[in-house]
Unconditional design. Structure first.
Length: 111
């Protein structure tokens, strides 16, 4: 009986270690990576390919600014939600509004 309990404890320990290892490797923690490495991982995740190195560098700068905004918002805002990285993180606010919201500049809505 003692051998059976010991065996079960060993198996459970190994299984719990395996679960923790797979959980830690399945998500990307951008604080552990350089921003450039995190951007590379993001590009792979969202199948992003840029036509020139200059465009890639520009998108990296936008990505950095958006990461700073996300981190700042999440640490300072007293909200019931958090912001996160998604497929639009390489777009400026203006680009996002122009391409995904139907916002037409120049129209003034009165309240």
């Amino acid at each position: 009986m003692v051998l059976g309990v010991s065996y079960v404890l060993v198996v459970l320990t190994v299984l719990s270690m395996d679960v923790r290892i797979s959980q830690s490797t399945s998500r990307v923690d951008f604080q552990e990576l350089s921003i450039a490495d995190y951007f590379q991982q993001w590009m792979i995740q969202f199948s992003r390919v840029y036509s020139t190195e200059a465009e890639k560098q520009m998108r990296l700068e936008v990505f950095k600014k958006n990461l700073e905004y996300i981190e700042d918002f999440n640490t300072k805002a007293n909200k019931s939600y958090k912001l996160g990285v998604n497929e639009f993180t390489d777009q400026t606010k203006e680009e996002f509004l122009a391409t995904h919201t139907g916002l037409i500049r120049g129209i003034v809505f009165e309240e």
